[in-house]
Design a protein around this ligand. Structure first.
Ligand SMILES: [Zn+2]
Length: 105
């Protein structure tokens, strides 16, 4: 009685799978996570370049980046001086207005 069948034969097919099959949305999710670290200057230089490159080509991610950066700035300021309540909401509302104008033009 011989057992020639190897259970490992199937793994080679999985290794050949290509990331190119993934859609853009999956890629953006990865970048959106990195944008947070990018803002905190917690990325390696190579990663920073990748994020910058993606922000140049991807409008949704760039808008998200601008939004995060603005909110962060408002929060940082409110830590040092007493910011009026509702300031962050007003800033967000302004950003949305600008975004609508950009979309309309
Ligand atoms: Zn993107």
């Amino acid at each position: 009685m011989s057992l020639d069948e190897s259970p490992r034969a199937a793994t080679a097919a999985n290794a050949a799978g290509d990331a190119a099959a993934q859609g853009d949305a999956g890629e953006c999710v990865e970048y959106l996570e990195r944008i947070v670290y990018f803002l905190d200057n917690e990325l390696e230089e190579a990663d920073r370049d990748q994020v910058k490159l993606h922000l140049d080509e991807c409008a949704p991610c760039l808008r998200k980046y601008d939004l995060e950066r603005t909110v962060k700035a408002v929060v940082a300021r409110s830590c040092t001086e007493a910011a009026p309540s509702g300031l962050a909401e007003r800033v967000l509302a302004q950003i949305r207005t600008v975004q609508v104008q950009i979309t309309d033009s």
